[in-house]
Write a protein that binds this ligand. Sequence first.
Ligand code: HEC
Length: 188
Amino acid sequence: MIKKVFILVLSITLFSCGNQFSEKEQLEYTKKGKEIAQASFKELSTNLKTQMKAGGPAKAIPFCKEEALPILAELSEKHNATIKRSSDQLRSCKIEPALRELDIIHAYKQSKSQQKELKPIVEIDNEGNKHFYSPILIKSQCLVCHGKVNETMTVQTDSIIKSIYPFDIATGYSEGDVRGIWSITFNK
Ligand code: HEC
């Protein structure tokens, strides 16, 4: 009996010291991740607004193609993390969603369809990397370039997008849809 209890305690201890966050770390990394995701969203959307004002989608779309990834690379360096936007319906061919990211996107989509709250996720992978994930939802201002063609998005904008991204599948969204996720990996 004592032996069994000992083994049980030992295995619980080993398990909790393994690839798991303590409660304190979980809060800490959730807070950090949220801050980074918010700062990144702000930076991208401020730039996007400036471009839209200056020349509409014809100017903003090529801007996104050239600058979205460099902006995120710069923010990654600043925040000592790798900041990535991932999606199951991609526009950019430079983004490759990891299997874990796709799982999380699908789980968020399911929660959304069941009207459940979409909470950020923090976890440690088998290699000991610390991750933060949170949903990216479609807002009304996203529809110009991610909406439904002929409804919330013009044919003209769609053709600009198709000329730059022939394999684009990032349209057809409605407000509130899960567009993808922030996938942030903290540097060790
Ligand atoms: C002016 C058009 C435009 C608007 C408005 C716009 N996007 Fe995009 N979006 C793009 C382009 C172009 C890309 C591809 C960027 C690249 O090549 O790296 C993109 C890529 C993305 C990606 C990365 C995944 C992928 O498919 O490449 C996400 C996530 C995303 N957009 C979400 C949003 C959200 C959320 C909004 C609203 C807050 C928004 N976008 C508004 C044009 C736009």
